[in-house]
Design a protein around this ligand. Structure first.
Ligand code: HEM
Length: 188
């Protein structure tokens, strides 16, 4: 199944890397995680830090309701800031850090039931193209990683990479990503 590994099943029986994401209960090395499982964690973490549709589709309130002490009248347009939720330190340890391992042993997945992480939205208007979208990201990444080695130009380090986003209906990089590929020839 296409969603296997996206916090749904495949990696959930693996022990956690590091302490803080698993309350220090178990500790393993990154090398213990198989390549494609790790790639899925990388995709999950990328969608957390840089959700392509950061404000989802707007909703309209069908009845008066009260949320966290605020009265929300019927017909109110509600915009959900998914980006903000996915960067919220109340829900994420060290939220600005790129840590794919945080999803190991976590019960959080992309199915729209976990309201700290729902890059494809939730409910009736949830993205119908989720599996196709994920498959496309996966296949492109796998091909690029299999056939090329990748380096930053001019000896730059990964810490120097500018990962700032520009907001809009869809999220984009503020500055283009510049990488230098070289052909990788696997031994026969
Ligand atoms: C990684 C890729 C993708 C991401 C992150 C993504 C994300 C989203 C999000 C967040 C929404 C709004 C959901 C909500 O408000 O609850 C949405 C809606 C939608 N997406 Fe995607 N999407 C992706 C790929 C695709 C693909 C490949 C298709 C079609 C082939 C697609 C078709 C749609 C459509 C038609 C809607 C509107 C659904 C509605 O209004 O009921 N998406 N998507």
């Amino acid at each position: 199944m296409a969603l296997q590994g996206y916090g749904v099943s495949a990696v959930t029986n693996t022990a956690a890397v590091g302490d803080e994401w698993n309350n220090g209960k178990e500790k393993i090395h990154e090398s213990d995680i198989k390549g494609l499982d790790y790639l899925k964690l990388v995709i999950m973490e990328s969608l957390r830090l840089h959700p392509p549709l950061p404000l989802l589709l707007s909703r309209e309130c069908r009845e008066n309701c009260e949320i966290a002490g605020y009265n929300i009248p019927v017909k109110t347009k509600v915009i959900i800031n998914l980006w903000k939720i996915a960067h919220d330190p109340d829900y994420w340890t060290d939220p600005e850090s790129f840590m794919p391992e945080r999803f190991i042993k976590s019960s959080v997945n992309m199915m729209g039931q976990d309201f700290e992480y729902f890059p494809f939205g939730s409910g009736r208007r949830m993205c119908p193209g989720m599996t196709l979208g994920l498959a496309n990201v996966e296949i492109a990444l796998v091909m690029l990683l299999y056939h090329f080695n990748w380096e930053l130009p001019n000896g730059a380090r990964s810490e120097d990479l500018d990962m700032k986003d520009v907001f809009g209906a869809s999220l984009k990089r503020k500055n283009p990503l510049l990488l230098v590929p070289s052909l990788y020839k696997p031994q026969d």
